[in-house]
Design a binder for this molecule. Structure first.
Ligand code: ADP
Length: 419
């Protein structure tokens, strides 16, 4: 293994793995820290997907250090800690505390923090993070229920999460190229800076930053920072092949499970419902004790022989609010997620082995219910979402997308690629 990655959430891990595959690295995503004996075969990169973004910092540190130990044992030459491109975190962490713990464990004294991803509108200038045309704290992220981002200055944000010094590599330096960036790293390190926010507004900036970070034991950032890393391993002569991802060669029935209530997923459902049989899962039915799972599985068995079936709980914000008001946000979410997991299990036993799932938490619930522990990453469907194939267990092709990803025809497009 060349690159070992620790991602703080599930669909973010897939996004990173997708970037590495596009860069020609054979990549596997593990769901949680792999069991000690798990065989990942021959691979250039492993991305361990944790669920540590919003956990208490001490738990996030513990999980991240366990992931690090596994990756180092397998010979990872460099470690990448991946978080959200909107720097999702609070003053209590977890980006600063986890980065500090990883640096300590690696006996390293300097790393970078660069969540920029221009392709998805995330750019950093003078340390300020922009989302599209606006500052992070005007992008809607200031209202995030778990980690409201009310300050767009990442030097200040990160400084509140670590007792160590935080510095900045400005765009003027970045655009001079890798040598200038590396010299600035050395200068900052020499003045006791342990974390450097790095400006980037274009893909090429990320590639130069990646080149400059070649000898850092730890890199932290969004999936964009991975763009320049395959080239480093290539220039060192340790990455000789350019991995060409293949579609999962799996024949069988197909289904879509959607638990995301995001605007894009709802548009995707509206688009696909016109062409495919579809079935709505109503949280009020689940709560009333109705056997929703048996009902939908009987329907799918009948409908799904030739056409994919679409099963969704997705609802508009007013309906979601009403459900959350009655049952509480967490309980409502968990109740629907558990049902979607049970449905996925039932579909698998009906011979469905091509499955598209919409929603980050929903994807986590489905892979958990299906007992999937690792995924081989295949070709990209839409930006940030690849086809994957479960490793071990029954043959299963999975496309797992976070709510807002993918174009309106994502469901048809993804399953169309396999036919
Ligand atoms: P996204 O990627 O869009 O954030 P997630 O799957 O991560 O999607 O989150 C959506 C959450 O909403 C899940 O916990 C899911 O169980 C829950 N949910 C789905 N449908 C409904 C509904 N009709 N009412 C309330 N909550 C719902």
């Amino acid at each position: 293994m060349l690159l070992g990655c620790i991602a703080d959430d599930f669909t973010g891990a897939t996004d990173l793995a997708n970037t590495l595959v596009k860069g020609g690295m054979n990549t596997i995503q593990s769901i949680g820290v792999p069991a000690p004996g798990m065989d990942v075969g021959k691979t250039d990169a492993v991305v361990i997907a944790l669920k540590s973004r919003t956990n208490p910092a001490k738990d996030a540190i513990k999980d991240s250090l366990e992931a690090l130990a596994w990756l180092r044992e397998r010979g990872a030459k460099q470690i990448l800690f991946k978080y959200c491109s909107t720097f999702d975190s609070t003053d209590a962490g977890n980006i600063g505390p986890v980065a500090d713990a990883l640096l300590d464990a690696l006996k390293a004294d300097f790393t970078i923090a660069c969540p920029a991803f221009p392709e998805t509108g995330r750019s950093i200038y003078k340390g300020y993070l922009f989302v599209g045309d606006v500052l992070l704290n005007e992008s809607g992220m200031e209202n995030h229920p778990l980690n409201p981002m009310t300050d767009a200055n990442l030097v200040r944000v990160l400084a509140r999460q670590t007792k160590n010094e935080v510095g900045l590599v400005e765009l003027a330096t970045v655009q001079k190229g890798a040598d200038a960036i590396r010299a600035r790293f050395e200068q900052l390190r020499g003045t006791g800076v342990r974390h450097a926010i790095v400006d980037a507004v274009m893909d090429n900036d990320l590639i130069e930053i990646g080149r400059a970070a070649k000898d850092l034991a730890l890199i932290t950032g969004g999936s964009g920072i991975a763009m320049g890393l395959p080239g480093n391993f290539r220039s060192d002569g340790v990455l000789t092949d350019s991995f060409q991802a293949a579609l999962p060669g799996i024949k069988g029935r197909s289904a879509v499970i959607a638990g995301s209530c995001s605007k894009m997923t709802r548009a995707q459902i509206a688009h696909t419902r016109r062409n495919w049989p579809s079935h709505n899962i109503d949280p009020w039915d689940i709560a009333s004790g109705k056997d929703v799972v048996t009902g939908v599985l009987a329907w799918a068995e009948k409908e799904g022989a030739d056409t994919p079936v679409l099963i969704y709980s997705s609802a508009d914000p007013d309906e979601v609010k009403a459900v959350q008001k009655e049952f509480g946000r967490e309980k409502a979410g968990a109740m629907v997620e558990e049902t979607m997991g049970e449905i996925a299990k039932g579909l698998l036993s009906q011979g469905v082995n091509r499955l598209v799932v919409a929603g980050g938490e929903t994807s986590g619930a489905v892979v958990g219910a299906l007992d999937v522990h690792a995924l081989r990453i295949g070709p990209e469907i839409d930006p940030g979402v690849p086809w994957t194939e479960a490793i071990g267990g029954v043959p299963l092709a999975l496309a797992l997308k976070s709510g807002n990803f993918g174009a309106e025809d994502f469901f048809e497009k993804s399953l169309g690629m396999l036919s």
